[in-house]
Design a protein around this ligand. Structure first.
Ligand code: MG
Length: 438
């Protein structure tokens, strides 16, 4: 059976007064983690400690799957947010968290029965030393990393960029957090390094790789790396955990490599093929997220149904192509539900009087199609006017197609007061009397 054997070391560094990093190294739980807290006052310390507490809470046994590990990270996020809400001193605290665990996967011929699960949020890192070659497994969730990905910075520029400490993801900031995760086969002789940025901001990866290759004991290697970071300035807290994948027979790497062993190791390293970095898995959907998506979908469907029903209960009268029409829906539409013509009435638009046009433009809304039709017929039918004048000859009905009632040329209208008062607007009235009066 495979085991993980690890050693950790953490130091405040040479500039800071408080160590806000935290480390967890549990061979029993087969679980190792580094958290780098942030937040003024004591927030950072609390956040990183809470994160590691959450990882070990309620479990005495090794983790079953990578999903369990991701769920623990999500729990850590909840705990930190909850604590920050209750204590104003801790407002705004957050932490990075990277962890590895030996888990039993389901049957997967490629990965084997025992795997190393890796999770990450933030810019602490997990490296793998395999066959002597060092590779960074995690991707930093930082502003400069985004800029490198977008081609705005080279990796070398990012390493010294003044804003390299700005994170794009951390625990304790938002209620929802994406956790990057990977699974790898648990290969004997693989060596993992978990570290906070206090290490890799001071020490080059070549130098880190050299120490991991040369110092066999995990704890001694971790101490050596922390010492190197301090020697280069120690401007931040520094935390390192070195973890070896070993078989039952014990560590594959000699506990105390003599010169011969060290040379042999170097020779192995020189012959080793570089391992391509793994692609991060797509965002994992937890049951919590799945439940949320189902709820969201249901809500959206209900909303659409309600709006559709609401729209369909409205009828209104408006101009169709050339005749008055009854529409179903909301005037102007609502969301993507446009009103549609359900009935075209035998009322020519050209036959409407100015007043009727105005009425049509103002519109009429109702919940009944019959009602809409009745209104249109009563208000917009060609008008029959009975004048009160006693002369029967002045009562007549004229359709709009009638010629204009006055023979006055347009230019003369202004000068003929009596006539212009009764004169129709340019589009012409439906009704007039033979003598031009009203
Ligand atoms: Mg740091």
């Amino acid at each position: 059976m495979t085991r993980l054997v690890g050693g950790a070391h953490s130091d405040v560094g040479r500039v800071r007064s408080v160590n806000q990093d935290a480390a967890l190294a549990s061979s029993r739980l087969r679980l190792f983690a580094v958290a780098d807290g942030m937040g003024g006052h004591r927030g950072g310390e609390v956040a990183s400690a809470l994160a590691l507490e959450a990882l070990t809470a309620g479990t005495d046994a090794a983790l079953d799957t990578v999903d369990t590990l991701v769920d623990l990270v999500l729990d850590a996020n909840d705990r930190i947010l909850d604590q920050a809400r209750r204590d104003p001193d801790l407002f705004g605290m957050g932490t990075t968290l990277c962890a590895i665990a030996l888990v039993r996967g389901d049957d997967d011929a490629e990965l084997g029965a025992e795997r190393v699960a890796i999770v990450n949020v933030g810019d602490s890192r997990v490296y793998l030393l395999a066959h002597g070659a060092l590779q960074q497994l995690t991707e930093d969730h930082s502003l400069v990393q985004d800029m490198v990905r977008d081609g705005q910075l080279t990796a070398e520029e990012a390493a010294v960029h003044p804003r390299r400490n700005i994170l794009t993801r951390a625990l304790g900031i938002e209620p929802e957090v994406d956790v990057d995760w990977w699974e790898r086969p648990a290969r004997l002789t693989d060596r993992y390094l978990l570290c906070s940025d206090g290490l890799f901001n001071e020490v080059s990866e070549d130098r880190i790789a050299a120490v991991l290759r040369q110092v066999a004991d995990p704890e001694a290697a971790a101490k050596e790396l922390v010492g190197l970071a301090n020697a280069r300035g120690g401007r931040d807290n520094i935390t390192c955990i070195v973890v070896d994948v070993v078989g039952d027979a014990g560590p594959e790497i000699p506990a105390d490599p003599g010169p011969t062993a060290a040379r042999r190791l170097e020779a192995d390293l020189a012959a080793a093929e570089p391992v391509p970095p793994p692609e991060p898995r797509p965002r994992r959907v937890t049951f919590r997220v799945l439940g949320f998506l189902v709820l969201l979908g249901t809500l959206a469907a209900v909303t659409v149904f309600v709006i559709r029903t609401f729209a369909d209960r409205t009828y209104f009268v408006a101009a169709g192509d050339d005749r008055v029409a009854v529409y179903q829906g909301r005037p102007g539409g609502i969301l993507w539900f446009d009103p549609r013509v359900v009935e075209t009435l035998p009322l020519q638009l050209t036959a409407l009087t100015a007043a009727q046009r105005e009425q049509l433009a103002t519109g009429y809304e109702t919940s009944s199609r019959d009602d809409a039709r009745r209104w249109a017929v009563s208000q917009l039918s060609p008008v029959t006017t009975t004048t009160t004048t006693p002369l029967p000859s002045t009562t007549t009905t004229v359709s709009t197609t009638t010629a204009p009632p006055t023979s006055l040329p347009p230019t003369s209208i202004a000068t003929t007061t009596a006539t212009t008062a009764a004169a129709p607007p340019p589009e012409g009235p439906a009704v007039t009397t033979a003598d031009g009066g009203g």
